[in-house]
Design a protein around this ligand. Sequence first.
Ligand code: C2O
Length: 613
Amino acid sequence: MKGWSLPTAAAVVAATIFFSLSTMALPAASAIVEHTFVVNQMNMTHLCKETLVTVVNGQVPGPTIEVTEGDSVTIHVVNKSPHNITIHWHGVKQRRNCWNDGVPMVTQCPIQPDQNFTYRFSVAGQEGTLWWHAHVSCLRATLHGAIIIRPRLGASSYPFPKPDREIPFIIGDWWAMDLAAVARRMKQDNFFDYFPSASTINGKLGDLFNCSGVAEDGFVLDVEPGKTYLLRIINTALFSEYFLKIAGHKFTVVASDANYVRPYTTDLVVIAPGETIDALVVADAAPGKYYMVAMPNQAPLPDTQTPEPSTRGMMQYSSSSRPGNGAPVAPVMPDQHDVVQSFYFHSNLSSLRHPRHPLAPVPKRVDEHLFITLGLGIACRRGLNCDREDEKENILVATMNNISFLQPTAPLLAAHYYHVGANKDELQELPDKPPKVFNFTDPSLIPIGPKEKALERTYVATLARWFRYGSVVEMVFQSTSIMQGDSNPMHLHGHDMFVLAQGLGNFDAAKDRARYNLVDPPLKNTVVVPNLGWVAIRFVADNPGVWYMHCHFEFHLSMGMTAVFIVEDGPTVNTSLPAPPVDFPSCGRKDNLVPDEFYLQTQEITASRIDGV
Ligand code: C2O
């Protein structure tokens, strides 16, 4: 792939003017919220083991960014770690601001060790809970934090009863192994013997884990009887979707992915990596101590089973903090294999209808229809026979429509903006549909065997799809059963998606389109495609730039379940992408950036080879 030229002097001047004008144009009441994120390494000890981790400002989770709708955010990232770093502001719409989206080799060159970069973005038009994380394979397990956007008119303007307190509730996973090494291995071999060592709530492992009999510290929420608490729940984990319950209490879900939803009361919250759920909890039980349990779920047998540990914290009434009170009450958890609970939970979300928050109209006209299968597959090493039994000849990958994403060697956004380098010939267009129709959710394709073998061959390519400015895109994501029956939390950068319908089994256009909710579908930046099921979404491609679209399970993402959506400029300056920031990082030496996939086949194999004939 060719490089791209430096911005011209005119473009630099234009960028400077753009930034000064946009600062002047901000309404008087909005503030500029500024943080410095120093990324470095430190040792943390859990489960009797010291692990070197990469963190922001010496803390896990990292700092919370608290802002008011309409504010501007300035984050100075100082990279003192030995890793290339970018930070992504997950769910921030970044309107006409794709340069600040923080995806390495898609929107920017990463910030190299001992380099700095300042991210600038606005949170206009968004309220609720989002989060930030490093967009560097696996390192986000310890490089993440909450973004809380409050309404400009204050907490009394929430479209739900004003909570007495607001609490970030970050579910994560703790890895005792070196995550940089895990990241390398995910791309290089087929031995999957890496699993999280523990789950965490706000960075704490809790008393289900111990070191030589001494319980790990756990998260405690002190409550007063009758008061209301807003939990801002975020799943930052690499590995699992979680079931969350609090013994003796119910949640009222009021928002998800920084969009208000019709209040929905449940005793079980289900949250996939990338999602946020805001839920009210009223301290209306008998004073006492109640466990809050976060339990990873996983697909049942015959799927490969992995050790996935639960964590717990405690909700504790002030009147019960004296010693001698009764034993804490534990919630009754669903079975870890009861993954249909996720389908039920997510099907119950719909957008809020409220005088201050009019329903966003769902576009009726659709310009582009995509049907995208999600699954695993085998990519073959170049020039080898691709003998399935020989580990050195092939590698396990994750795919969309049977193609696995090949990381570009120069940032796509700059190439797109300057019309150089990675042009349409060097990218592969994400096809409208998979190459082959089969029973996508046939359980007998799980886990690895003769039947799925005929379907498992894939190849690698830098998958992209171009959209005219303003086009309305409808996508059906179909989870498949090739080798596994995982769900897939699909995240789109720079846009929210209307979730029109979801179902189990194979999508059937004739029957399922009739079930679309075109009135009050929830708006999400991360949609959960159920295990052996599908989701239909619509979005308006009205934010020019190059946007990552991927599964938020880290291993699916690292293995290539990714594409980029390139939204073309509109007809005016206000519908076009401005010039890049003047101090944008450059990529430096390229020779250590050539990804392993370059040794994989990049060509479609012939149909006869797919069929194994
Ligand atoms: Cu939260 Cu592309 O990620």
